[in-house]
Design a protein around this ligand. Structure first.
Ligand code: KIV
Length: 275
């Protein structure tokens, strides 16, 4: 069985089958998520924050995205891999957008790219799709525009902004996008957009009525220490496991009892797993 295709994703929407999508940034996690049957993996530029420790996604480069996309592709066999186009790599000209998207597909091995925005990116979306590159849109809270938005806030709250987001979603579909992420918008608006599109919507902080939900893996497993966004859900606390392993190792080394291959796995569950 090969990788899932765009047609598989379309069929999921037609059947009303909810779509789980997670971010992945490296080989081991991609492998675990792929084996767990997650159909859509996003190499998000959130890696700038949750892996590289930047304050925002803005410093992420094409080289970062290509390196991490390659790792996620290597770790997965079945998932459809979407890679984010970083800040300003698709805004200067259509030619540059084509060149950068081509690199994520050709050098990174992704099946599709994601870019943020509505009306301003339609021409780019059309050209990428014409060139044979599947495009996922991203509307609502678009983190690459954080300086313009003035903070990580819910978008589309007033009627004019909501109407614009609905029109932008329709326009993205018409331009050929195969799916659209809806980030931090009111549930009622996300439900209306979802009902108006024949392509899947993937919500994050957009209520339960999207066709699927996307989450940042580091939030889900407790591996990002700085904050947990309100729309995130933490199922396990991997940070506690890592801390426990490091403490056990250090204790054994200091006591002179560390013996490789001696089965030092501790069986108890770490505390603090929350949902
Ligand atoms: O970069 C990312 O992880 C994203 C998701 C939050 C949708 O764009």
């Amino acid at each position: 069985m090969g990788r899932l295709t765009l047609e598989d994703l379309r069929a999921m929407k037609r059947r009303g089958e909810k779509i789980p999508m997670l971010t992945a940034y490296d080989y081991p996690v991609a492998r675990i998520l792929d084996e767990a049957g997650i159909p859509l993996l996003l190499v998000g530029d959130s890696l700038g924050m949750v892996v590289l420790g930047y304050a925002s996604t803005i410093p992420v480069t094409m080289e970062d995205m290509i390196r991490h996309t390659r790792a996620v592709v290597s770790g997965s066999r079945r998932a459809f891999i979407v890679a984010d186009l970083p800040f300003m790599t698709y805004s200067i000209s259509v030619e540059e957008a084509l060149r950068n998207a081509a690199r994520l597909i050709q050098e990174g091995g992704a099946q599709a790219v994601k870019l943020e925005g509505g009306f301003p990116v339609l021409r780019v979306v059309r050209r990428l799709v014409e060139a044979g590159i599947p495009v996922m849109g991203h509307l609502g809270l678009t983190p690459q525009a954080i300086h313009q938005l003035g903070g990580y806030r819910v978008q589309g709250k007033n009627p004019e902004a909501a109407q614009r987001l609905l029109e932008e979603a329709r326009a993205l579909e018409k331009a050929g996008a195969f799916a659209v992420v809806l980030e931090c918008i009111p549930s009622s608006l996300a439900a209306e957009i979802t009902a108006n599109l024949s392509i899947p919507t993937l919500g994050i902080g957009a209520g339960p009525d999207c066709d699927g939900q996307v989450q940042v893996i580091s939030d889900l497993i407790g591996l990002f220490p700085d904050f947990l966004p309100r729309h995130a859900c933490r199922y396990v606390n991997v940070a506690q496991w890592i801390r426990r392993a490091a403490l056990s190792f250090a204790r054994q080394v200091r006591a002179g009892t560390f013996t490789p291959g001696e089965g030092t796995l501790e069986e108890e569950q770490p505390e603090g797993g929350t949902t």
